[in-house]
Design a protein around this ligand. Sequence first.
Ligand code: AQP
Length: 334
Amino acid sequence: MSKNFVTGIQPSGRLTLGNYLGAIRNFVKLQEEKDYDEFFVFIADLHAITVSYNPSDLRQNIKKLAALYLACGLDPSKVTLFVQSEVHEHAEIGYLLQTISYIGELERMTQYKDKKVKQVEGVSSALLTYPVLMAGDILLYNAYAVPVGLDQKQHLELARTISERFNNKFGDLFNIPIPLIQKTGAKIMSLQDPTKKMSKSDPLEKASIYLDDSEDVIRKKIASAVTDSDGIIKYDEKNKPGISNLLAIMACCSGKSIQTLENEFKGAGYGEFKKAVANSVVEVIIPIQKKYEELLKNQDYLNKVLDDGAIKASYFAKKQLSKMKRKMGLERKK
Ligand code: AQP
């Protein structure tokens, strides 16, 4: 069986350092390791419309995310970059998989429970079925592995369940996809409440570092990050979540291990440590911003990458969907 990787990010707002360290950076690393047959990376616009949104912002955010993927180092000659809604098979497989997904298992999803309370205009049925569409995104390319951050683990487990259920009911077709979650940076936490994940939609601006924050803003946000009063720089998620989060951030950005950093900052004050964390973040983010600005100006190039990506993804998606429909008793002429 082929060894395909699939992953995506929603164009649902300003991306955070969490999205970069937990997801995009990992995609770039995997792209270089070349341990795959095909690697599909998409812009998950169909997922972004499961909650209330502004259409003109969404259209802008789709282009911005494409530019950001490239600025972060994704290479269109190694990965297939495309917009989810431009490959209509995603919506179709999402529906087909709903027929073998249960409402009870969807209602148990943490993300659904968290997001539904924030929906002032009512909770869309698409928010409930979001993980089924995500299973479809993965199974459409018969993915072997899915690189994600830790917060997506539960959805991926559901995708595995749905895949197995389909195979048992209709005959073997799908791989049972595995999550690829890196050890450090799998869950970057809020700078203001380090027991919560750093989130695009956090209303508290200084809780998240956005990839388009200026150097000055990044430094200020890290300087005001919530820590503790121990005065010891040590990784201990339970008792020292703020310091642990900053250590994880610096480890990811500097390439040093957490242990090396603990030794380096033994006896140092929190102020000095925070400055070093900020330096490491700035060194990573500012060069990305420069490339991003250049890419955003080159709309023809962005469009070409996304057009080519959609053509290639559609070729794979069409074949797999046809096999699936055949197994389900659809596809009259095959
Ligand atoms: N804090 C994080 N730490 C590590 N990884 C993270 N990811 C998200 N936040 C962190 C990973 O980024 C990828 C894309 O995420 P997404 O677009 O599906 O979800 P999101 O950023 O969580 O976006 P939402 O749902 O629009 O907003 P919020 O942030 O409000 O929940 C995924 O691989 C995810 O694991």
